[in-house]
Design a protein around this ligand. Structure first.
Ligand code: ADP
Ligand code: MG
Length: 381
């Protein structure tokens, strides 16, 4: 039908700069060539119907009104429909919206740390703004999508995912600065030209179903591991008199008494430095050095930030042993995916070694696949 518009919205992989966005620090994510397709058609009434086909073929359906709002009793925050409903609600603050039929189809695994949630919210905001005739700048699209997750779903995510999914470009990575009012910069990240592959190792462990291992002597906080780390970073920043922990200097490590807050700050401080170093390596196409930085990031997330898990650690160790230039967990942690930067000639050996290790441990086989930097959200038809 000619009144159907189609949007394609990628997932993202964060190359480096983990758990920095909500601390006011930089990250270097890129949009990937796995994506969500959103078809949208205007309706004559105020209903929103959403049909979603997931990568495993499962089909979901949700219906709510165009005036949906958090806590109005129509869409529960625990339901997947909270993501599209949150996007509709957030965009509704910009201008009047028509009812719509939305058909979603995804090749992005859910809950794998590839940001299927940002793809969904950015996709619904973009497609709906398009049919409503609202002129919404890409930076605002990203912020509205973040608002959907923060205030409707109740997931305290930063802005990195939404920026990557919105501003990604083939052969480039996005440099996000959450404190900037400008659209993010981009850096060259051309894997093919360097005969490299970027492998995603999806552990199959759903990050949202695991909470952080409690620090010794303290009970875990509600809201899962991600919310817990965020709260710890806020406490550390408050003790240091900073509005954002990424602004901490070396003195912070001496000034903080609580060893847990010190470790968290150590990660944020060193990861911020690693992002700067990584940007230099990308500018010079020095991928050996980039690999070293990626592996160092993993060690910091494992030992100082304590957001890794056995499945991620084994994936990283096996990848490096198999010939990767570097590897690390990516995304929030506690499951989800690891990434490995691998010479193309070694991609197969790395995949086989990771699979072998999982098999020897009696774990379900991970899904291993190559991704490349791809275009951000855009209309295709
Ligand atoms: P990630 O963003 O890393 O994939 P999240 O936990 O942030 O993981 O988001 C995953 C959740 O987003 C899913 O559990 C589901 O509720 C929702 N979601 C994402 N993509 C889709 C989709 N295509 N259809 C329905 N729900 C989706
Ligand atoms: Mg997400």
């Amino acid at each position: 039908m000619d009144d159907v518009r189609t949007w394609q919205v990628p997932g993202r992989v964060n190359l480096v700069g983990e758990h920095l966005d909500y601390n006011g620090g930089p990250s270097v994510p890129f949009a990937i060539d796995r994506f969500l397709t959103v078809k949208v058609r205007r309706r004559d009434d105020d209903a929103v119907n959403v049909w979603s086909t997931l990568p495993d073929g499962t089909r979901e359906r949700a219906t709510f009104g165009i005036g949906v709002a958090p806590d109005d009793g129509t869409v529960s925050a625990d339901d997947w429909a909270a993501y599209p409903a949150g996007a509709v609600w957030a965009l509704g603050t910009v201008g009047p919206l028509p009812g719509v039929d939305l058909v979603l189809e995804s090749t992005l695994p859910l809950g794998s740390g590839l940001s299927s949630s940002a793809a969904l919210t950015v996709g619904v905001v973009s497609a709906l703004a398009d049919v409503a005739g609202l002129d919404v700048a890409p930076l605002q699209v990203a912020r509205l999508a973040q608002r959907a997750e923060n205030d409707f779903v109740g997931a305290p995510t930063g802005l990195m995912d939404q920026l990557a999914v919105t501003f990604g470009r083939a052969g480039e990575a996005v440099v996000t600065d959450p404190l900037s009012d400008d659209a993010p910069a981009r850096v060259p990240f051309d894997l093919a030209a360097a005969d490299l592959a970027l492998l995603v190792i999806a552990t199959g462990v759903d990050h949202s179903h695991r909470s952080a291992p409690a620090a010794q002597g303290s009970a875990p906080l509600p809201g899962g591991g991600y919310g817990e780390r965020r709260a710890e970073c806020e406490r550390a920043a408050a003790e240091l008199g900073l509005d954002h922990l990424a602004k901490a200097g070396l003195d912070a490590l001496v000034r903080l008494e609580d060893p847990v807050l010190r470790r968290r700050t150590q990660h944020v401080f060193t990861e911020t430095a690693r992002v700067k170093a990584a940007l230099r390596t990308l500018g010079e196409a020095d991928f050996e050095q980039l690999g070293t930085i990626l592996t160092a990031s993993h060690v910091s997330l494992r030992d100082d930030f304590e957001v890794s898990c056995a499945e991620l650690d084994v994936a990283v160790e096996a990848a490096v042993e198999g010939g990767a230039l570097g590897a690390r967990m990516t995304g929030g942690g506690f499951g989800g995916s690891a990434i490995a930067l691998v010479p193309q000639t070694k991609a197969r050996a790395v995949r086989e070694l990771v699979e072998q290790r999982y098999d020897a441990l009696g774990w379900k086989a991970p899904e291993v696949f190559a991704v490349r930097p791809a275009a951000g959200a855009h209309r295709t038809a």
